[in-house]
Design a protein around this ligand. Structure first.
Ligand SMILES: [Zn+2]
Length: 255
């Protein structure tokens, strides 16, 4: 970390402080014995600097996988958001940053059974990288101490399907969307698979979705010498994954 660390963290703390509010504690309607049982499992704390410092990137990925198991099994951890929000006013020490598509069917925190203060989430249709996204990742890791960067694509991704089918967004007067789809096009072109090269071909589409996430990781390493160096030195891990909308499972690639 360099000398910029403290001022930047302070700026972020001020932003965090400004955005915090309060809310009445939710009442439980459970009968007494169950209430005690439930309350024991409710998370009221948030990640501390010490906890963040102690975890290795490998341990963090292990915890994210375990959290995803909870999501798959419909067994999400209960959290006292009011209490966590109050505690998070002192700062934030998230363990990872996840780059996801904007798709409304991919609730990133829930997918990993996480809550306030646990992860940074960057979202853009098709989970591609750009300077703002890479800058956010540099902030999350080099400044705020996160140790894992995950690029998470998802099955049935509309952005990827549109790129595969070469939707002409420009003709529809959406130049920015056309630019975005152009960013996904290389992943389409480099996907070699037998059969029809259209979004009707599920195997092809899923291959492109995975290749797009892998390619984004490669682009991030090339775009940020800082992230690449941190990864080379073993201080962070940058990985790709695909969220399976049907099962809820996040399948990590070994890249
Ligand atoms: Zn998508």
């Amino acid at each position: 970390m360099n000398k910029l660390t403290l001022p930047l963290v302070s700026i972020f703390s001020i932003i965090t402080l400004a955005s915090c509010g309060d809310q009445k504690k939710a009442e439980t309607t459970k009968v007494e014995p169950q209430k005690e049982l439930v309350e024991e499992k409710v998370i009221k704390s948030i990640l501390t600097a010490e906890e963040q410092a102690e975890m290795t990137p490998q341990e963090i990925i292990g915890r994210l996988k375990k959290g995803n198991e909870n999501f798959v099994n419909n067994n999400l951890t209960q959290r006292d958001h009011s209490e966590q929000r109050r505690k998070s006013m002192i700062g934030q020490y998230p363990k990872a940053i996840v780059l996801s598509c904007v798709d409304s069917r991919v609730p990133v925190e829930d997918v990993f059974d996480l809550g306030i203060g646990d992860i940074f989430v960057a979202r853009v249709a098709g989970n591609i990288e750009n300077p703002d996204i890479v800058g956010s990742m540099e902030f999350a890791t080099a400044v705020a101490g996160s140790k894992v960067v995950i690029v998470m694509g998802h099955t049935a991704c509309g952005a990827v399907k549109s790129a595969i089918d070469q939707v002409d967004a420009k003709a529809l007067n959406m130049e920015s969307l056309a630019d975005l789809l152009d960013e996904i096009e290389p992943a389409v072109n480099e996907t070699e698979l037998e059969g029809e090269r259209s979004s009707k071909n599920l195997d092809f589409t899923n291959s492109v979705i995975n290749n797009n996430a892998v390619r984004t990781v490669k682009n991030i390493r090339e775009a940020s010498p800082t992230l690449a160096k941190m990864e080379d030195e073993g201080n962070i891990m940058i990985v790709s994954a695909v969220y399976d909308m049907e099962s809820g499972r996040v399948n990590f690639n070994k890249d």
